[in-house]
Design a protein around this ligand. Structure first.
Ligand SMILES: [Zn+2]
Length: 81
């Protein structure tokens, strides 16, 4: 047994974990932590959604014309209220 991960260390591994770049002991340590730590479980669920969102956006399909501008405008409006 290695020493348990802190939440901070666990969170640092999330993206490697989601990329399946973790294996062996670091993977076991992280999974052990996730089983025991609800807050990291929730953070991982959030990171997974974010990760999926980013990856779905990346492949060869650029943001449709106008969408980014619309988002920026929407964000601009909400932030100036
Ligand atoms: Zn934790």
């Amino acid at each position: 047994m290695t020493k348990p991960l802190s939440c901070e260390q666990a969170v640092e591994q999330f993206f490697a974990y989601l990329d399946r770049a973790l294996a062996g002991e670091p993977l076991n340590d992280l999974e052990a932590h996730l089983e025991a730590c609800l807050s990291c479980c929730e953070k991982l669920a959030f990171s997974r959604r974010l990760d999926t969102f980013v990856k779905n956006r990346l492949p060869q399909s650029p943001v449709p014309d106008g969408l980014e501008a619309r988002i920026r405008r929407t964000l601009g409006q909400t932030s100036t209220e």
